[in-house]
Design a binder for this molecule. Structure first.
Ligand SMILES: O=P(O)(O)OC[C@@H](O)[C@@H](O)c1c[nH]c2ccccc12
Length: 259
C-alpha cells in the first residue's frame, strides 16, 4: 500500500482532517528544501506537495510564478530535485507529492521519470495540465511503480465527470475551489459548500480542497465539507516572511472540532 493510501486510511479511522502545504523546489536554493520539509512535517502536515519549477506555469498566480522564477534562476534541474528527495526521504515519513506540468516530464522521459521518482521516495504526482482523457500516456508507468496520480475536479466539472475522475486511483481527489489560477482569495463562491458535498457524495476517495485558502477561518469552514485542504500561495508567502507561527496556526486549524 502506498504511503498516501495508508495515511488517509488512518486519518479516516481517527476522524482527522488533512493539511497539505505546497513548496517550490529550488526556491531559496535546493538546499533549503530539506529544512522546509522537516519544518512542515514537524508542524503537522499530512503530506507535502513539492512544485517542480517550470517556465510556463499556466495555472499559477503571481506568487507561485515568482517562486518558480527564483528556483529556475538558481539553475536547478529536475534530476537534482529527484536526487535531493532521495537524500531527504529517510527523515521524512509523510507522503511527498510532486506537482508539475507535463512539459518537464516529457523532456525527462515519462518512463525514466516514473522509475526515478519511485526510487527517490515520491508517493504521488499532480499534473494540472494532464486531463484524464490523456493520462494513459503516463499512468501505465506510474501504475508499475505504485505512484498515485492525483486528479483534479474543477468548479465546472459536471457530476458525470466527477464520477469518472473519482473512480480512478487510490490517493485523493483535488477539488479546485475557484475558477482560475492559484493565489489567496478573500472569499469563495457561495456554492462551494454544495459543490464539495456533491464531490464527496460520488467520490470513493478522500476529497481535498485547494486554491485560495489562506486563513484558519477558511480552513475551518472548508473542512466542514471535505477531508482536507491544500495551501500553496499562503505557505510560500509566510515562509518568505519567516512567519512560521502563522503556518502552525493554519495547520492547527485542521485539528479543531468540526462544527
Ligand atoms: O496557491 P493556492 O491558491 O493555495 O492553491 C494551492 C496550489 O498552490 C497548489 O496546489 C498548486 C501549485 N501549483 C499548482 C498548479 C495547478 C494546481 C494546483 C497547484
Amino acid at each position: 500500500m502506498n504511503r498516501i493510501e495508508k495515511v488517509f486510511k488512518t486519518m479516516k479511522v481517527e476522524g482527522r482532517k488533512a493539511f497539505v502545504p505546497y513548496v517550490m523546489a529550488g526556491d531559496g536554493g535546493l538546499a533549503s528544501l530539506k529544512e522546509k520539509l522537516v519544518f512542515l512535517q514537524e508542524a503537522g502536515a499530512t503530506a507535502i506537495e513539492i512544485g517542480i519549477p517550470f517556465s510556463d506555469p499556466v495555472a499559477d498566480g503571481p506568487v507561485i510564478q515568482e517562486a518558480g522564477i527564483r528556483a529556475l534562476n538558481t539553475g536547478v534541474t529536475l534530476q537534482e530535485i529527484v536526487d535531493c528527495i532521495r537524500e531527504i526521504r529517510p527523515i521524512i515519513h509523510i507522503p511527498l507529492i510532486f506537482m508539475t506540468y507535463m512539459n518537464p516530464l516529457l523532456a525527462y522521459g515519462l518512463e525514466r521519470f516514473s522509475r526515478d521518482i519511485q526510487t527517490s521516495g515520491i508517493d504521488g504526482l499532480i499534473i494540472p495540465d494532464l486531463p484524464i482523457e490523456e493520462e494513459e500516456i503516463i499512468t501505465a508507468y506510474l501504475d508499475e511503480v505504485k505512484i498515485e496520480l492525483i486528479r483534479l475536479v474543477t468548479l465546472q466539472s459536471p457530476i458525470e465527470r466527477m464520477e469518472e475522475i473519482t473512480k480512478r486511483g487510490k490517493g485523493f481527489v483535488y477539488a479546485v475551489t475557484v475558477n482560475g489560477i492559484t493565489g489567496t482569495r478573500a472569499q469563495f463562491a457561495t456554492h462551494l459548500s454544495s459543490h464539495l458535498k456533491k464531490i464527496k457524495s460520488v467520490s470513493p476517495l478522500p476529497v481535498l480542497a485547494g486554491f485560495g485558502i489562506s486563513t484558519p477561518e477558511h480552513v475551518e469552514e472548508i473542512l466542514k465539507y471535505c477531508d482536507g485542504v491544500i495551501v500553496g500561495t499562503k505557505i510560500i508567502e509566510l515562509m518568505e516572511a519567516g512567519n512560521y507561527e502563522h503556518i502552525r496556526a493554519l495547520i492547527d486549524a485542521t485539528k479543531l472540532p468540526i462544527a
